[in-house]
Design a protein around this ligand. Structure first.
Ligand code: NAD
Length: 374
């Protein structure tokens, strides 16, 4: 257990308002640290806020990434998730050709029970206090209404209704849909999804929109979500087959679209996966970078998560570009997602490497070039 826990507990015990603590050096003891530039802890005992902001890399530009609200099992688990997610944002923005760096925040709270207006107010204060070091948006657990509420208190959030481009999830879903089709085409030789069995894990903002598009194409959906109402709606409206949460990864299907949380593909689960393609929205689908090798050995084509799910960051980042938000420019960048993925698939096959090795090398080349520019 790290000192951070003690430090944050001490802050919570003594302070009455928001306390912002630089926990970079403590976070550097975690395996997921990977050279983060800065890690902040925001805590407010009275308003129930414990938030961690990871700023991974700002070589390409200011850091930009969403906020996840989740009831983590431990403080270290929350910091680790913030670190893994913000690192992914660095590579996501680079691959998408955006002049932005990577960051991400997590708030330790159950979005169903703990997400009070006071908590969101305290978080908005934290964003204000960071004074533009961190620019955020929605992620799991944060709704458009939450983002709008925060935007009334700080400008450091995009993807809002007023003064923003709205919920980025439909754009993310569009990119995932195009990327999934490109992956299926690479694997099967056709991009028709008619009759193709696709397992969708998670029917939230992105998963639902994706499932709708797939159903329109005639795909046979197998779905799971911890929220039974969403599953029932998919069965009724999308003619999907419901499967239990524990079985969705191992569903008898051609494609798996993970659209819930990360770490689901690991040494235990991969040997049991039956699909030929993994292509979905969730961040950090692989527990470890090396797990892509296990997928490759089983002949499963993996669409690297931060490449296929880049539509959302493209949409919110466009708000921050000098010319302001431009829908056509967003669509053009999202249309590049399947092109980039196909390049990655081809290079991986030619070089006999896992696809995520290739995407990481490509992202690092982009960042290194920018770093060398005078
Ligand atoms: P969301 O909170 O709207 O939806 C997540 C869904 O997953 C919920 O319906 C939840 O009930 C379900 N879920 C949680 N645990 C589950 C489990 N064990 N099994 C099955 N279902 C489970 O989130 P979202 O915005 O749709 O994001 C989904 C994923 O995509 C996340 O990993 C997110 O980081 C990633 N992502 C989202 C965006 C975006 O624009 N929203 C952009 C890029 C990446």
């Amino acid at each position: 257990m790290l000192n951070i826990v003690k430090e944050s507990a001490a802050n919570r015990d003594t302070a009455s308002g928001l306390v912002l603590t630089d926990i970079t050096s403590e976070a550097s003891k975690l395996p997921a640290f990977d050279g983060h530039e800065r890690v902040w802890l925001g805590s407010d005992r009275n308003r129930g806020l414990t938030a961690i902001v990871g700023i991974h890399n700002t070589v390409l530009g200011p850091a930009c990434g969403g906020t996840r609200i989740w009831p983590y099992e431990s403080f270290d688990a929350a910091v680790t998730d913030a670190l893994r997610l913000s690192r992914g944002m660095t590579f996501k923005s680079a691959i998408a050709g955006l002049p932005f760096g990577g960051d991400k925040a997590v708030i330790i709270a159950d979005p169903k029970t703990d997400k009070t207006s006071q908590l969101l107010e305290a978080y908005a204060e934290m964003l204000q206090a960071l004074d533009g070091q961190y620019f955020t948006g929605e992620d799991v657990g944060m709704t458009l209404a939450d983002a709008d509420y925060i935007r009334e208190r700080t400008p450091y959030i995009s993807g809002t209704t007023v003064g923003g481009s709205g919920n980025p999830s439909p754009v993310t879903a569009r990119g995932v849909y195009l990327g999934l089709k490109a992956a299926w085409k690479y694997k099967s030789g056709t991009d028709s999804l008619n009759g193709v069995r696709i397992a969708v894990q998670g029917l939230g903002s992105v998963g639902w929109a994706l499932a709708e598009d797939l159903a329109k194409d005639g795909a046979k959906l197998v779905v799971a979500d911890v929220d039974a109402e969403r599953v029932a709606a998919a069965v009724k409206r999308l003619c999907a087959t419901a499967i239990d949460v524990g079985g969705i990864l191992f569903a008898d299907a051609e494609i798996l679209a993970p659209c819930a949380l990360g770490g689901i593909l690991n040494k235990e689960t991969i040997p049991q996966v039956k699909v030929r393609v993994v292509a979905g929205a969730a961040n950090n689908q692989l527990a470890d970078h090396g797990d892509a090798q296990l997928l490759a050995e089983r002949g499963i084509l993996y669409a690297p998560d931060y490449v296929i799910n880049g539509g959302g960051i493209v949409n919110v980042a466009m708000e921050l570009m000098p010319g302001g938000y431009d829908r056509k420019a967003v669509e053009a960048k999202v249309a590049q997602i399947p092109v980039t993925l196909t390049t990655i698939f081809q290079r991986a096959e030619k070089e006999n490497r896992p696809t995520n090795d290739v995407s990481l090398a490509m992202a690092r080349e982009i960042i290194a070039c920018a770093g060398r520019r005078p």
